[in-house]
Design a protein around this ligand. Structure first.
Ligand code: GLN
Ligand code: ZN
Length: 762
């Protein structure tokens, strides 16, 4: 019989219990033992939920106190020397030191963090040296597997495979290709696999998501011998090889011949992969895991449609060699729908979170069994599909018409930037090397209290708004006093830069508890886009007009861009992403124009997720960049020449998209640079950036207060590749995670640095 399996489960807990426990441990309020016990309890609970949903093979090892890539590197002893002072591999001391650094004198910076493929989950980048020695240094997976067995769980150990682990790692000083270390890493994996087999594991899942992107020459050739060695060590247990987020087309000649027991296909992202593999032929020893339930989105599965590939696979290889699964780990969706009682019932009926998705997997697997009654569930699924199709909530004819009526001119400013530049700097009365910040100011405990009290109804709307105005007035005064040139209102009214807009736009639903892990203990609640997007009324104008009324200096309007809103929401699956993005762009365009009409002279449209949307495969990238650029321009081109459009991006590798960034035609762009010691500037050596630009001169992710000398040095460095008329002075991201005690002296130093370098260039 076919098997209903899961690939990975959200680990943060349905009420973010893990977040609370870990943060309390960091505060020194929870002991090591208590934190370990909390982890154990959460694992048991999550396993229980999966079994109750009908899952017959449950992943073990997907739990993590911070990140599974960090876990894997740590298990194999890849802990850089400088962290070992805080504890042996696997001890919380060294583990959290790698994840978040240790503050204070004699402290240590954390390892780098970056995005997990095309998701908004961030992993810790392992750092390897040419002489890194691997060993089975931390028995985490063995212990968790034994724990699962003690509970009588039908568990299946899962871990990141060796080739993807190395592909995701960074060589110290970039001095070599981490894949060169594969021969030395394999014995450590072999030892672990042998141990798991001995502990009774029926099969072991190795994730190789690196397979779904563009594989550099030679990488696929590493698989046969590596997997031969791994399979030998796993012996009886056999290997379940999983890749997701993209197609394996072109790799099947190699993959199907590997000595593995099962191969997983992400049929949501790559529906044609099954046909390709079946056409080549599936060896008798190989089972197929078919990811037919979308692990990246929140819509209920159309069961009848999902059943089709399962049936063709069953016909080809027989029911005993089919696994029914979600397309990827469910890490990227909320735990369950149950707490969402405030959602519109019709829309709620369209949704499935992790637990509901597993129920769908179980239903599909039962439907493969002759004589099992699943008709009711299929009928219900058909009814949902029909209800979505016919629902009036989904379509708004006026939005469709507006999209249809767009012309090329709508995505273009009236004149080129050179012309706009002089008009703007005259109107804004800016000095050379103008100073500004990225938008948010510290979110103080008082501010959080204000929001919490409003949520529970302890404050009237009026009292709340008065509180926010007080905060705005405070940061305006502060910025004037520090001497910044372009001010911001501070974003006190926003919980989150996407959710804030999701709450106000039509076509969006927001959840109460729909948390998804972003990195470590940080979670976000992505809004759900279910229908055509429309802005019912101005969203930010009230706050910005108030801020501008307090000062003669320009206050910069602050909006989240269409690509970032799209990227950080769950999007509809009934129309292409680009169309949804265009609709959002039009809503933002209306807001931009209203801000302009209210006297706001500079408006920033943040696009920190612009690069994250880049498809994993190179041949799909130009297409994405074309529509993403167009959407940004649609949002920003409705203003007059005198209105200055800013944008901001961060956490990104820019070098390969500098062209696209130039095509955004923002008057000013601020980008992260200081963390990589201005390495970003290299991108501007070859491509002359045409508009104005502010490479961040200090790292807001650290509590450190850099002095004016240091920041002046960064500015001088920037002047090596950027002309003085183009250069802006700003931090590298918003200040909301910092404290005023750090922010105020740093901004004073930043202004001093700007003044100093201004004099030198005059
Ligand atoms: N304007 C936002 C802020 O300052 C930008 C945040 C971001 O880049 N992620 O907080
Ligand atoms: Zn940023």
């Amino acid at each position: 019989m076919a098997i209903a399996a899961n690939l990975g489960f959200p680990r943060i807990g349905k009420n973010r219990e893990l977040k609370r426990q870990i943060e309390s441990y960091w505060q020194g309020e929870t002991s090591v033992d208590a934190l370990r016990a909390a982890g154990e309890q959460l694992r048991a609970e999550h396993w229980g939920l999966q079994v109750a949903a009908g899952i017959e093979s449950v992943p073990v090892g997907d739990f993590s106190f911070y990140d599974h890539v960090l876990d894997t590197a740590t298990m194999f002893g890849a802990v850089p020397e400088r962290y070992l002072a805080y504890g042996e591999p696997g001890a919380f001391g060294s583990y959290f030191a790698m994840a978040r650094g240790v503050a204070g004198p004699g402290g240590v910076a954390p390892l780098e963090m970056t995005k997990w493929f095309d998701t908004n989950y961030h992993y810790i980048v392992p750092e390897l040296r040419r002489d890194t020695r691997f060993s089975l240094a931390w028995p985490k997976l063995l212990e968790e597997y034994r724990e699962a067995r003690r509970l009588g769980l039908p568990g299946r150990p899962v871990l990141l495979g060796p080739i993807s682990l190395l592909r995701l790692s960074r060589a110290e000083h970039g001095a070599f290709d981490p894949l060169e270390l594969l021969p030395r890493l394999l014995p450590a994996y072999q030892e672990l696999l042998a141990g798991l087999a001995q502990a009774g594991a029926p099969v072991i899942q190795l994730d190789e998501p690196a397979l779904a992107g563009d594989l550099p020459q030679g990488v696929i050739e590493l698989f046969p011998s590596a997997y031969a060695a791994l399979a030998e060590a796993a012996g009886q247990a056999g290997i379940f090889l999983a890749s997701y987020f993209g197609s394996l087309a072109g790799q099947f000649e190699v993959l199907r011949r590997l000595p593995i027991r099962a191969l997983h296909l992400d049929l949501v992202r790559a529906p044609r992969d099954l046909g390709e593999l079946l056409a080549l032929g599936v060896p008798e020893s190989l089972s197929l895991s078919l990811g037919v339930v979308d692990g990246r989105n929140v819509w209920r599965t159309d069961l009848a449609r999902a059943l089709e590939p399962l049936r063709s696979a069953t016909a080809a290889v027989g029911p005993d060699r089919v696994w029914v699964t979600p397309s990827c780990s469910l890490l990227h969706v909320p735990v369950r729908l149950e707490p969402e009682r405030r959602l519109d019932p019709e829309i709620r009926g369209w949704l499935a979170f992790a637990v509901e998705k597993l129920e769908e997997v179980a239903t599909l697997r039962r439907a493969l069994e002759p004589g099992t009654a699943t008709e009711d569930l299929f009928a219900a699924s058909d009814a949902v599909a029909d209800s979505r199709k016919d629902s009036g909530r989904r379509t708004r004819p006026e939005v469709q018409q507006r999209l249809q009526a767009l012309t090329a001119g709508d995505a273009k400013r009236a004149t080129p930037h050179e012309q706009r530049r002089s008009l703007q700097s005259e109107r804004l009365k800016l000095p050379p090397l103008p100073t500004t910040t990225i938008g948010s100011f510290p979110q103080t405990p008082e501010l959080r209290r204000l929001r919490a009290e409003r949520r529970v109804g302890a404050l009237s709307e009026e009292q709340y708004e008065e509180g926010i105005r007080g905060e705005i007035a405070r940061v305006i005064r502060l910025q004037e006093e520090i001497g910044l040139d372009v001010l911001v209102h501070g974003e006190a009214e926003r919980n989150d830069m996407v959710e804030y807009f999701g709450e106000q736009l039509e076509g969006f639903a927001v959840t109460a508890q729909g948390w998804v892990q972003s990195y470590g203990t940080r979670c976000v609640k992505p809004p759900i886009i279910y229908g055509d997007v429309r802005r019912a009324e101005p969203m930010t104008v009230k706050w910005l007009s108030y801020a501008q009324s307090l000062t003669d200096r320009p206050v910069k309007g602050m909006l989240t861009g269409p690509v970032t809103i799209l990227q950080w929401s769950f999007v509809r699956d009934d129309q292409p992403r680009r169309d949804t993005c265009r609709q959002i762009a039009l809503a933002i365009r209306d807001e931009v124009r209203d801000l302009e009409a209210a006297g706001i002279r500079a408006i920033q449209i943040d696009e920190p997720a612009f690069r994250e949307g880049l498809p994993l495969r190179r041949d799909e990238r130009d297409d994405y960049l074309a529509w993403a650029v167009e959407c940004f321009r649609l949002a920003t081109s409705g203003v007059s020449d005198e209105t200055q459009i800013h944008s901001h991006m961060c956490y990104s590798e820019f070098n390969d998209i500098v062209d696209a960034i130039a095509r955004l035609d923002a008057d000013v762009i601020s980008i992260e640079a200081s963390r990589s010691d201005m390495a970003l500037l290299r991108a501007f050596q070859d491509v002359r950036y045409p508009n104005e630009i502010g490479p961040g001169v200090y790292d807001i992710h650290s509590p450190r207060v850099p002095d004016a000398q240091e920041m002046a040095g960064h500015l001088r460095q920037a002047l090596g590749v950027i002309s003085p008329e183009q250069l802006w002075v700003n931090p590298d991201c918003g200040l909301k995670t910092r404290r005023f005690e750090e922010v105020v002296p740093t901004l004073r130093n930043m202004v001093a640095a700007a003044r100093q370098v201004r004099e030198e260039t005059n």
